[in-house]
Design a protein around this ligand. Structure first.
Ligand code: SF4
Length: 472
């Protein structure tokens, strides 16, 4: 068996050869736009050269030979981007770089990221299909680091998957754990499942966000598996590369770079790639799980359901970021999360918002009306009622479909109503009407006492009709 030093030296030589051949190649390429190196040469701040150093997760002695042919692929890919291998610099305009990478493949983007940041970048691995990032990193032929957040609440299948990935790629994942004292305080004061009662933010903050913050504080860049198609509510605009709007790197806020190489890739293409490359996958996927997180907060989805419907299903779609990618939430939404998840600060009628769902086909229920509806054991007719707040843009978003549905149901024997459940009414609505977030839609069946909560985030007419038809 080759000695550690020999293997290490062999990898360094490969790395040099790779850089030399790339330099020759680059010399013959006409750059489509000013490169980072150009800005430095023209008098801008001098780029800080990253020396290739052994990384923590992937010791040079542990790399296997599969990186050799892959490096050629990565080289060709980088040439296609038409950019010189460069080190990160304060002069880099990441918005411009994001535009320049628009047509680059995930492999090219990963190669660029690893090349720029060397040992000071790490891949965030959740234990789901973002294993694709590790595969791309391997294909670049460059050393790379991988970290994961062990929240203590993951499925056993996910832990086994971590092990399989470590063995498959011959790497050590850098696990980050929550602070024991913080977990202890949370669980002792609120129990093991407080997130079902008051939202997932607090638990995620303790078990995920703070450990992540600690990890990122030691890095200059990180790589995530976020995709636009994962969540139309929160991820529709994620760039390929950006200055992280939330987390700090080694040099403080505004210094950390976030790479999202598969932002533009669709889930089905990720899966085709994983299958083609024979990459190990989490066995939960074969049980109907698509997006995978902690065990109590993840469930399988049905055919046709969006993958994020399997995460924190008791909450509103727009709040479905655990805090790891909170920058995806727009300021007003984040602000509402900062209050209590439902915008109490603007819910007390001080905002002067005009009411919504204004049509004769929808009955406006006051507190007494909804209480009576709740008490009736034998209703003459079933009711569909939306619990709403007029300032809530998701309530506003479903206004057209809900009004159209109400018009459709006129004369059908089904009544459609609305109950403004913010402000003073909120505690009552939370306690008696299953209000989690706005809008909450309830069906009061004809002969049953308890209302049934509409479980989906699809609020189009057809989906709501399907719900009613199944229960009427
Ligand atoms: Fe806690 Fe659920 Fe967040 Fe995991 S996903 S950290 S269990 S709230």
């Amino acid at each position: 068996m080759a000695s550690a030093a020999a293997i290490s030296s062999s990898i360094s030589s490969r790395s040099l050869l790779y850089r030399d051949s790339k330099a020759a190649l680059i010399a013959s390429i006409r750059h489509p736009e000013p490169s980072i190196a150009t800005s430095a040469a023209s008098g801008g701040p001098r780029p800080r050269r990253m020396l290739a150093r052994p990384c923590c997760a992937v010791e040079p002695t542990k790399r296997n030979d599969s990186v050799v042919p892959s490096a050629a692929v990565a080289e060709a890919a980088n040439a296609a981007v038409g950019e010189e291998a460069t080190a990160p610099s304060a002069a880099v305009d990441y918005e411009e770089l994001n535009k320049a990478l628009e047509n680059a493949s995930p492999l090219e983007i990963m190669d660029r990221a690893l090349d720029m940041f060397g040992n000071e970048i790490a891949i965030a691995f959740s234990g789901a299909e973002d294993v694709v990032l590790i595969e791309y990193a391997k294909l670049t032929g460059r050393p790379f680091r991988v970290f994961s957040l062990d929240t203590g609440r993951l499925n056993p299948e996910t832990y086994r998957f971590f092990d399989a990935v470590e063995k498959h790629y011959d790497i050590h994942i850098e696990y980050m754990f929550p602070d024991a004292g913080e977990v202890q305080a949370l669980v002792r004061s609120k129990g093991l499942f407080s997130f079902y009662e008051d939202g997932h933010q607090e638990c995620c903050r303790v078990r995920k966000v703070r450990p992540l913050r600690r990890m990122l504080k030691g890095l200059r860049a990180w790589v995530t598996g976020q995709r636009k198609d994962q969540s139309p509510g929160t991820r529709a605009n994620i760039p390929l590369v950006q200055v992280d709007p939330v987390f700090e790197g080694v040099d403080g806020l505004g210094s950390l770079i976030k790479w999202n190489p598969v932002a533009d890739v669709e889930g089905k293409d990720i899966w085709n790639f994983l299958r083609t490359m024979n990459v190990p996958v989490n066995s939960l996927h074969s049980q109907g799980y698509v997006s995978i997180g902690c065990e109590p907060c993840t469930r399988p989805v049905l055919p046709g359901q969006h993958e994020r419907e399997g995460r924190w299903w008791w909450e509103d779609a727009t709040a479905k970021e655990c805090g790891l990618h909170k920058g995806n939430l727009k300021q007003d939404e984040a602000g509402k999360l900062g209050t209590n998840g439902n915008g109490v600060a603007v819910a007390n009628g001080v905002d002067g918002t005009v009411d919504i769902f204004e049509t004769q086909a929808i009955v406006k229920l006051g507190r007494l009306g909804i209480e009576n509806l709740l008490k009736l054991e034998k209703r003459q007719e079933p009711w569909l009622v939306v619990l709403y707040a007029p300032w809530c843009r998701f309530c506003q978003g479903m206004e057209t479909s809900y009004m159209e549905l109400a018009e459709k149901l006129v004369g059908s024997g089904i009544k459609v109503g609305k109950f403004r459940a913010d402000g003073d009414q909120k505690p009552f609505a939370q306690k008696e009407l299953q209000l989690g977030s706005f809008p909450t839609i309830l069906f009061f069946p004809k002969n049953t006492y308890r209302p049934i909560k509409y479980p989906s985030e699809k609020r189009d007419v057809d989906s709501l009709m399907a719900f009613i038809n199944a229960l009427r």
